[in-house]
Design a protein around this ligand. Sequence first.
Ligand code: F6R
Length: 248
Amino acid sequence: IPVSIFKSSEEASLSSAREIATLIKKRQAEGKHAVLGLATGSTPTRVYAELVKMHQKEGLSFKNVYTFNLDEYYPMRPDSLQSYVRFMNEHLFNHIDIPKNQVHIPDGTLPKDKVADFCREYEQKIDSLGGIDIQLLGIGRTGHIGFNEPGSSEKSFTRLVTLDQMTRIDAASDFFGEENVPRKAITMGVGSILKAKQVIMMAWGEGKARVIKKAVEGPITDQIPSSFLQKHTNCHIVLDDAASSELV
Ligand code: F6R
């Protein structure tokens, strides 16, 4: 699995943003659309900032872009401080020219009995657009990608899941206390992620070094769902120096 190591997360983020911009422009030139799979959290924020800058300074247009976010807490109102809808609007969508009907984020407001249908339709929409061209990922300390916690199968698709205790602890400060962190989330599956034509997984800082070693060099196991990326033929890992420090 190819690994690119950058001196800083800023440089690494710029390189990921450039890959995305190159795809969008290529598809524009062909009169076609591009489909992006997007992540939230602290890892991709700089990538989004670079894309916004390219839109504002270089006229990069997102009119031909469709996006699918990996996950959303459940339940979650879109206007809540911690919602991924709000996160994406603030970091990216409010600042670019993407038509809002081309943006997709799992719906945290659905009644429980509507979730399974929603998840099936989410997968169908991705497929009907020709699949995800580039899937951006972060990685959680549990080894999760999206909210696919340990135990998630390689053949899992979009579904309602229960968050791992460690994930809820890591989210506690955003929610002003672990007790306020939702216990569930809707997430694209490992199988959904593996179907993407290209995957870029990013990680910054020494806090991610141990799990990066397991994901990249460890055995392929559902105990570290990110280790399934070793089976993808067009996946690369983008790290800063600190996140790469445990790799041999
Ligand atoms: C977010 C997501 C998660 C995060 C992971 C890392 O949409 O799918 O897998 O990528 O929890 O979070 P940060 O980047 O905040 O360290």
